[in-house]
Design a protein around this ligand. Sequence first.
Ligand SMILES: [Fe+2]
Length: 318
Amino acid sequence: MTQIRGFVRASRRPGELGVHSVDHFNLAVPDLKQAEVFYGAFGLDLRPEGQGLGLYTHGHPHRWGMIVEGPKKKLAYMSFGVFEDDFAQFRARLQQHGIAQLDPPRGFESNGLWFRDPDGILLEIRVAEKSSPSEKSSVVNDVPTSGTQRAPNRSAAGISRPRRLAHILVFVRDVSRAIDFYSRVIGLRLSDRSSDGIAFMHGVHGSDHHMVAMAKSDAPGLHHLSWDVGSIHEVGLGAMQMADRGFSAGWGLGRHVLGSNYFHYVRDPWGSYSEYSSDIDYIPATFDWEAGDHPGDDAFYVWGPVPPPDFTFNYEAA
Ligand SMILES: [Fe+2]
């Protein structure tokens, strides 16, 4: 856990009911071997588990995701982590809102709460350790030095290895409806939005500027999984290691406005993306972030290449 590795205590906003983390995601893809090649090249640690693959970051005990085989690419579910003493209140909240509780999907033993969001995306709320950061993530190699070559030689550059899952961006049919649901039921807070096109939400107990984001489409789906790396150097290095392995399609290098992170998106074999992200804004548990509504063309990215024409196409709906 983040707090064990860096000895950072899990942050918490007292008296507020909200999930603290995206504990993990479950993604179905048509070819597990392809997934192993793609996410392995991306710098993740894949471990065979049950019928699928567990997605880990090297040197970190948390399992950020599961990849299972399915007829086509589909975000199977998102699982949110909550503090143990909040769990009963979440159960009561679901009942208050008349949200039907479902059995866990077949093959997934779990005593969490299972239900669907207004777009039909399957969600779980479970008791878990806080895996979202409890302080601003560090940026490495940010020390001014002189009198020495600071860039590694190409042969010594190594590869980029993400430190943790940063966020998930999903497609929804109605962004305002999603903001309402994820605020009232899940207990996230709106960070920023661009009208009805996209919304970014953070955790009340301290999280990055967004742990979940929603973009408008005509069907639900996964747009991207974002992975935190330690520096802009590692964003670029990651892009290079993926291009070297044949995964050159994507978008970057650039800098987002909302979240302020540096990014490079690599297109996965199924038309969604994995993002190398560095230096994203952080919203502490004690801070009331004022949500803004930013015109899309002024807030998508500060600088970077023009995105590919199908960057926001929902291949899961096709
Ligand atoms: Fe992102």
